[in-house]
Design a protein around this ligand. Structure first.
Ligand SMILES: [Zn+2]
Length: 110
């Protein structure tokens, strides 16, 4: 198993899982209950995580998320991770590549 995405945004994690599901890649969400315990655990322990069951499919899964096989939200704003330069859609609050949180100072790419 390989973790390919984690976020405080549970909806985003489930959305990513659905994308992989549609592509025939088996993935599970972990820690989703922990994310509701925010405040009692250190934030890093509370991230909902998306794990791909088969390591061999992890690269393809990452590519699917990265290449934007995401439903296009009209007027969606892309943002670029200030840490690694990965481009994310607006619904993601965290970089799936390096895990950095979307910062106010991250340059926006419209
Ligand atoms: Zn990043």
């Amino acid at each position: 198993m390989k973790r390919i995405y984690s976020s405080h945004d549970l909806i985003g994690v489930h959305h990513a899982r659905n994308l992989l599901d549609a592509a025939g890649i088996r993935a599970i969400v972990r820690n989703e209950l922990l994310s509701s315990a925010m405040g009692e655990l250190p934030p890093a322990e509370c991230l909902a995580e998306l794990w791909v069951l088969d390591d061999a499919e992890a690269a393809r899964a990452e590519a699917i998320l990265r290449e934007g096989r995401l439903p296009q939200t009209p007027g969606a704003t892309l943002w670029r991770c200030a840490v690694c330069g990965e481009t994310m859609e607006a619904q993601f609050t965290q970089c799936w590549h390096c895990g950095a949180t979307r910062g106010a100072d991250a340059p926006l790419n419209r």
